[in-house]
Design a protein around this ligand. Structure first.
Ligand SMILES: [Zn+2]
Length: 364
């Protein structure tokens, strides 16, 4: 191919409905997550890139077709995948987009909860074992220590680990794993683990069961289309919300590692796991009397918090949070100063908006 494939041409061929004015950035419905209510995918025609604020899918024309063909596991640097995408583009075989409505049932079957809880256990043991060395280093670099890894049952999805663990269980559980989105049917009927090679942040309920999990890509060298990937077969959750006390202030952030840092500091940290809050989660957040929104230090993050504030008018916002220019989020600040000093900075900012929290950081 002589020149870069054009994103607008690709979108048109895929059947994406474009607005009349396509000179400036615009929003369209995202075909990569279940939603027909909110056009969350921002298209920048000049840069030739797109980004979905709800599910995090993003990239250029090649990523768009790659995501259509391979799903969230698409990776530019995989030569096989890249070749297939180029073939489709050259032969003008762009798959048509298919907009799926959100799943109606927000109830999880018992099997799905069982299999998620089991998967979290398997991934946690993997993280704490030999296969988890790189994953542990990634977390420790972010000041998430071994105690926190245990407390939040963080994991690492070594390829094949879950398939192996499930082999001894009844088929109903394996089917539930597929339904939950832990696997998809790969080539030649071989199951592919969607969270493979990712660090796993399970969302743990009060009774210890797991109802959702998010995988963060841990390899800084691969250019995965999704840095964070949530299991698509499940209704989303606000990470950490199930375990908070409503009597104390709750801090809502964008990223889960930030929420983990908050919990380590003794605050009630929770995370959206992205910029967009699914509409069915708003009522859960409205039940928290004292909720504080902590933005990330970039345009997109501040924009997101503005949207959250519209959904949650009673929330307080930590605007102008004292980040340094090179700190893109709370975790960067924690990396720089450590948990104790970062907690002091946060406490001061909270005092400025009228929130007083006594926290005790446990010595490791
Ligand atoms: Zn999306």
């Amino acid at each position: 191919m002589d020149e870069k494939p054009d994103l607008l041409v690709t979108l048109k061929k895929a059947g994406v409905a474009l607005p009349r004015n396509i000179q400036r950035p615009f929003f369209v419905f995202c075909p990569f997550h279940r939603d027909r209510k909110n056009p969350n995918m921002r298209v920048d025609p000049r840069q030739g890139v797109f980004y979905c604020h709800a599910c995090g899918a993003g990239g250029d024309a090649i990523s768009f077709v790659g995501l259509q063909l391979f799903g969230p596991g698409f990776n530019h640097r995989n030569p096989e995948m890249f070749k297939r995408v180029l073939e489709h583009l050259e032969q003008n075989q762009i798959p048509k987009v298919e907009y799926r409505p959100p799943r109606r049932s927000k109830k999880l079957s018992q099997e799905i909860v069982q299999v998620l809880t089991l998967a979290a256990r398997v991934y946690h043991l993997t993280l704490m074992g030999k296969a988890g060395t790189a994953g542990r280093k990634h977390l420790i670099d972010r000041r998430i220590d071994l105690a926190a890894m245990r407390r939040f049952r963080l994991g690492y999805a070594a390829p094949g680990s879950l398939v192996g663990a499930l082999a001894g269980y009844p088929p109903a559980l394996r089917k539930a794993a597929e339904e939950a989105g832990l696997f998809i049917e790969g080539t030649y009927g071989k199951p592919r683990e969607l969270l493979a090679r990712r660090i796993i942040f399970p969302d743990i309920m009060r009774n210890g069961s797991v109802r959702h999990m998010v995988g963060r890509s841990s390899d800084p060298n691969t250019k995965v289309a999704y840095k964070y990937f949530a299991l698509s077969g499940l209704p989303k959750t606000i990470w950490g919300l199930a375990r908070v006390s409503k009597r104390k202030p709750v801090i809502l952030t964008e990223s889960i590692p930030d929420a983990v840092n908050l919990l380590q500091m003794g605050f009630q940290g929770t995370a959206v796991g992205g910029t967009g809050i699914a509409s069915y989660l708003v009522k859960d957040l409205k039940r928290i009397p004292d909720i504080i929104l902590l933005p990330q230090n970039d345009e997109r993050g501040r924009e997101a918090v503005q949207n959250w504030k519209e959904l949650l008018p009673h929330a307080r916002v930590l605007r102008d949070y004292p980040y340094k220019d090179d700190e893109k989020d709370l975790n960067d600040q924690v990396k720089r100063y450590g948990l104790v000093k970062a907690a002091n900075i946060l406490r001061e900012s909270l005092t400025d908006v009228g929130v007083y929290i006594q926290v005790v950081i446990k010595k490791p």
